[in-house]
Design a protein around this ligand. Structure first.
Ligand SMILES: Cc1ncc(COP(=O)(O)O)c(C=O)c1O
Length: 382
């Protein structure tokens, strides 16, 4: 049976990984500065992660949410300690889209309203309400178009005020650093005004931390760079280091009722074991400190390269903008230098999302390869 052909693929077949590297079937080593879409947080095949997952699956991999599962509470407590988000409650699911879908649904339950406000060039996943909250027409099917969504440009405070005052908006959903869109950010003034406007208009403020969370921005959550308190925080990617797990942190203003949300697989034993080991490693290896040190090192070198027109993002969620489309550059980095990088909706942007364990030597390797490739391109053009 052929696979449903929705992904343009690079001709690379990784079969194993270790730290910031993956290896193909011939043993060729690739430096992974993309982390499989920002998923690999603590590095491939981290020994503590392998041990935690292996040991859990040999005991009990799964049971449904009809029984006591103390691992869920342990995970919730650890997220609270590491994130500093006191008072929130945790609902577990399996992916980023599912996290946002549940966040939007909760906002609607809580407020009794149904319109969603989102921002241009944002991305929140591909389930029904989540996919409707984007302005990328290519991924919205007619069935999703029935959702009431208004999309505004980032930083349009007056627009947000006008829409919220109409009284029918259940949620404002925002990425504090846009991922797929290309690392754009709103201003502090904007985010703080949106937070305040949500509070006076009975609208839930949803922080989509699916990509920017778990230390990637240099703080546990990207919203913590600002003075805001979201009602719901959605998490996924880095949470399981590749094991599918997602969740939402819910402010206790939103009261749980039996049956309000639910899932078969969400919060299963194996997922919780994976999630707990990720948090333990982030804590023990002080990975958020590493994010900040490596980010500074990366940006300092990037600033010396004249072909880079703009450096975007924070922490290890970074983008390098050029004045040409980067498709060929990414191919050369993969095929000639064995380095994975990412692209974005902004075709001129190279996305850098390495494991949070990345070291200076890897960043140096990347820049040597980048400079060589940029020189080759210029020589060819000349
Ligand atoms: C900010 C953001 N939200 C949601 C999602 C959707 O996550 P998933 O692919 O796990 O459904 C993504 C995925 O790229 C994302 O970047």
């Amino acid at each position: 049976m052929p696979l449903f052909n929705v992904y343009p693929l690079y001709d690379v077949t990784p079969v194993s990984g270790k730290g910031v590297y993956v290896y193909d079937e011939k043993g060729t080593e690739y430096l992974d500065l993309y982390g499989g879409h920002a998923v690999i947080s603590i590095g491939h095949a981290h020994p503590k992660y392998v041990e935690a997952v292996t040991s859990q699956v040999s005991k009990l991999g799964f049971y449904s949410n009809a029984i006591q599962n103390p691992l869920q509470k342990e995970l919730a407590d650890k997220i609270e300690v590491l994130s500093g988000c006191k008072d929130y409650e945790l609902f577990l699911c399996n992916s980023g889209a599912e996290a946002n879908e549940n966040a939007l649904k909760l906002a609607s339950f809580k407020t009794g309203k149904s319109r969603v406000l989102a921002f241009s060039n944002g991305f929140h996943g591909r389930t029904s309400a989540a996919v409707a909250a984007t302005d990328n027409k290519n991924i919205i099917a007619p069935i999703n178009a029935q959702q009431a969504v208004t999309i505004l440009p980032l930083n349009d405070i007056e627009g947000v005020k006008k829409e919220l005052e109409k009284g029918d908006v259940c949620a404002v959903i925002v990425e504090f650093i846009q991922g797929v869109g290309g690392l754009d950010e709103g201003s502090a003034e904007f985010f703080e005004a949106v937070d305040a406007l949500c509070k006076v208009n009975n609208t839930m403020f949803i922080a989509d931390e699916v990509q920017s969370g778990y230390g990637r921005s240099g703080k546990f959550f990207a919203f913590q760079h600002y003075n805001v308190t979201p009602n719901i925080i959605s998490i996924a990617k880095g949470m399981g280091n590749g094991f599918p797990i997602g969740g939402i942190l819910i402010h206790p203003d939103i009261e749980a009722k039996f049956g309000m949300l639910g899932t078969t697989f969400g919060g299963n034993h194996l997922a919780c074991a994976a999630g707990l080991s990720v948090l333990n490693v982030i804590e023990e290896q002080k990975l958020i400190d590493n994010v900040n040190t490596m980010s500074e090192y990366f940006i300092k070198i990037a600033e010396t390269i004249p072909q880079i027109k703009k450096i975007k993002g924070r922490g290890l969620m970074l983008g390098l903008e050029f004045d040409f489309e980067v498709g060929d550059l990414r191919k050369k980095l993969i095929y000639n230098h064995h380095i994975f990088t990412g692209g974005a909706a902004n075709k001129k942007l190279l996305r850098i999302l390495p494991p949070l364990t990345v070291k200076k030597e890897h960043i140096t390797m990347f820049f040597e390869a980048l400079i060589e490739t940029l020189t080759e391109v210029e020589t060819t053009v000349a």
